[in-house]
Design a protein around this ligand. Sequence first.
Ligand SMILES: O=P(O)(O)OC[C@H]1O[C@H](O)[C@H](O)[C@@H](O)[C@@H]1O
Length: 431
Amino acid sequence: MDVDIGNALASVASPGVSREALDRLDEQVADAHERIEQGMANADHGYEALNLPERTDPDAIRATVDPLTDAGALVTIGIGGSSLGAATIVDALSSDTETVFLDNVDPEWVTAHLDRLPLEDTAINVVSRSGTTAETLANFLVAREAFESAGVDWTERTIVTTGESGPLRDLADRHDLPSLKVPDGVPGRFSALSAVGMVAAAVCDHDLDALLEGAAAEAETLTGSLYECPAYAYGATTYALDARGAGMNAMVPYAESLETYSEWFAQLWAESLGKDDLGQTPLRALGVTDQHSQLQLYRAGPRDKVVTFVRPTETADRSIPETEVDDLAYLGDASLGDLLAAEFEATEASLAAAGRPNVRVEIDRVDEYELGGLLYGMEAACVLAGELYGVNTFEQPAVEWAKKATRGLLGGGEFAEADAVAEKTELRVEQ
Ligand SMILES: O=P(O)(O)OC[C@H]1O[C@H](O)[C@H](O)[C@@H](O)[C@@H]1O
């Protein structure tokens, strides 16, 4: 990926970062890079994720999914980091396999999917690093029952990806299910380039080698300077903008196929950096659609945001037919791609003209190689930002709190966190 931080400079935007401030920050980037390199070399928790391009074995993933590659549909059951990486990859790339991601436990929605899918032609991909996440285990049990009721042997159609031990590992062993292991030292939201994100891609016959090669090429750029490394340029610039008041980061891909990528990015950024009263709030928008809903706020609202544009420079195109109406003649000379490009450039310029910081991230096209680079690049950017903030990028204690409270409420153990639910302060206004 390439990154252009010109519209984040203080000469363009407020808040903005001066060249002098960037030069000073670059010294911190050099120190942070040393810590990151050391963490990678030691395979330390979290940093190990940046080694995935060379650690992930695509042959092992392909061999495990092989019996299910003929499936017409794939249901991935997982949540957060055990869903969003896989969803980002398969939603970005086209495939003949229908893909469904059961992350939520909304009963109506789960039932609608299970009732609709041709279960005899559907594969199940269950993913949970811990093997204990209530939503994932519950949805798996419900899906299993639906397969049984339809007379389909779910044990012949299920692949499990989980840790070395835990309830999901026990289930996989008990039913002799094909399984893969979540790599050690890799938190869920950094695991897209492992079996966690790549089983679904393999079932859909996407090119796993190209995904890893694109990530490896991005890894090559990790050097000690933000001026030489797009990932570090992004992480350092967004960190510096946050320090100057841009506490929100609106991710705006200009490609429908990258809409899920923004969800993946939101988890990565929020869960990794939201600690110790620090962090930047990720927002999600889509170009061009949200130009017509959110752009007003981004250009004229509070100066508390940076907008990140992600743009594939090459796309398939489609010409716009000529029209009999004079006022629309300009469209007949263009294509949908021309219109998309013009709207992107106009929106970027409109923010810069209003002094609103924005960053442009470019990939060549939406394919496996470029996607691998984008995912790896944003993970590296996030790790760098975590170093600059001085937070523990790889933990999520605040999420664990609610998980314990939920289990306590359902009678899944004694958790003091559940008591807080009964202590809720009320000020009700009723009809
Ligand atoms: O993979 P699992 O153990 O099922 O965890 C799934 C998700 O659960 C939690 O909510 C964590 O905060 C996420 O980081 C994690 O990705």
